[in-house]
Design a protein around this ligand. Structure first.
Ligand code: C2O
Ligand code: CU
Length: 441
């Protein structure tokens, strides 16, 4: 009898260990108070983090697989986790009041994420978001292609900024009058993966996939690679339809780009800096230090592209079904409300659409501030800016709408559910700039 049981056990184990694309991966995430060492202070800074890490653990899974995330809230206030950019079951989208109840202190929530798209994504809370993100809660989630990509190296840089006081503490006031009158909370310390100007050692000849994620509350990044040329191969978690050189790509909060970089084979000993060039005061974000070692053979291959993904002509005879005017007024719980069609969350002006029918939405910014508008659960294409045809060779999930600018986007609702739509400047969203797009079966 015993031996039969052990044979059965062996068979069971073999079955469970079978690698296959629809495999499940278990991950435990705990939101907690912890400490982080910034180089500017002698003492550590109190932060809020996932698993005590800044940034949170890098989560990776293969396209087609399912991530089973056991989330525990060890904070003193409710929270949730939203998986930015992932097209998943609406019930797993992590928006309190829309797709789930807030996860109370001491409680758990199980997220099941079936990974439909390969690319660069990230995760963060969707509750008291200015403060929870501002104190450090965020991490990167990468969905790998089914076929292993032949890059020499895959680098992941989560760009962030922190508003730190001289005493080493995080400035503890959020959604302030100042933040709401301007473009939200901009920090005074820029970090990459929680570090100040980190150096990444690479080898001559390497072909690198560099993934840049803007996880800041409000800051826009304009990354510039000094002395290196780079191609943009993916935007917001989706391969571009046509690869193009990185010139001036503004990453607003929420945006990601994947770059294809080749380190010249004669670059041994060189250091390339990556700077933020948004303002005249340039900041060094990080650098690539090329080792003196012998040059490696540069892999020769074409990165994936998504030529046919929701082509612009799908929207040719489609009328704009919703225009959202973006503006502020006096009122709301913070004294200044950020509104969409003069309404603030939760009394929002919502949209609802049938499954599979192409839609056009226009964001009309009548304010003089920035609004990176994000829609959960869809990839959309920018079709027009200020009434002029726009031709972006990629789709997005977040688009920056500049002062007095109007942007028309098109998308095909493919996933039923209620998808939050909001400005990704956290304090604007908290002050009301949120609504939903409901996709009905
Ligand atoms: Cu990063 Cu509601 O999203
Ligand atoms: Cu905004």
């Amino acid at each position: 009898m015993k031996s039969i049981i052990s044979i059965l056990n062996v068979i069971l184990c073999v079955l469970l260990l079978q690698p296959n694309a629809s495999a499940e991966k278990q991950i435990r995430l705990e939101a907690m108070e912890s400490n982080h060492q910034f180089p500017f202070f002698e003492t550590q800074t109190a932060v809020w983090s996932y698993n005590g890490q800044i940034p949170g653990p890098l989560i990776r899974g293969k396209k087609g697989a399912t991530l089973v995330i056991d989330f525990v809230n060890k904070l003193k206030e409710p929270t949730s986790i939203h998986w930015h950019g992932l097209r998943i079951d609406n019930a797993m989208d992590g928006v309190p009041g829309v797709t789930q109840d807030p996860v109370k202190p001491g409680e758990n929530f199980g997220y099941r994420l079936r990974l439909e798209d390969a690319g660069t994504f990230w995760y963060h809370p969707h509750f008291n978001s200015s403060e929870q993100l501002g104190r450090g809660l965020k991490g990167v989630l990468i969905v790998d292609e089914v076929e292993k990509q032949p890059w020499s190296r895959d680098l992941v840089w989560l760009m962030d900024d922190w508003l730190l006081q001289k005493d080493g503490n995080i400035y503890p006031h959020f959604n302030t009058h100042h933040d709401l009158m301007h473009d939200g909370r901009w920090g005074n310390a820029l970090t990459v993966n929680g570090k100040f100007k980190p150096e990444f050692v690479v080898k001559p000849g390497e072909r690198i996939r560099l993934r840049l994620i803007n996880g800041a509350n409000a800051r826009i990044f304009l990354p510039h690679l000094e002395g290196l040329s780079a191609d943009v191969i993916a935007v917001d978690g989706k391969p571009v339809t046509q690869i193009f050189p990185l010139n001036q790509f503004e990453l607003s909060p929420g945006n990601r780009i994947d770059l294809d970089i080749t380190v010249p084979s004669n670059a041994g000993g060189k250091t390339y800096t990556v700077k933020d060039r948004l303002t005249r005061r340039q900041f060094v974000l990080a650098s690539l230090k090329v080792s003196q070692s012998e040059s490696v053979k540069t892999p020769d291959f074409a990165p994936p592209t998504a030529e046919k993904f929701i082509p612009a002509h799908v929207f040719e005879n489609v009328a704009v079904s919703k225009t959202w005017d973006l503006n502020a007024f006096r009122g709301g719980q913070y004294g200044i409300a950020w509104a969409m069609n003069s309404k603030i969350w939760p009394e929002a002006d919502k949209a609802d659409y049938p499954l599979g029918v192409p839609q056009k939405i226009k964001f009309d910014n009548s304010s003089t501030r920035l609004h990176p508008m994000h829609i959960h659960g869809v990839f959309f294409r920018v079709l027009e800016r200020n009434g002029q045809k726009a031709e972006e060779p990629f789709t997005r999930d977040t688009v920056l709408v500049g002062p007095r600018e109007s942007v028309t986007i098109g998308f095909v609702p493919e996933h039923p559910g209620i998808w939050l739509t909001h400005c990704h400047i956290q304090s604007h969203a908290e002050a009301g700039m949120m609504t939903t797009v409901e996709v009905k079966k």
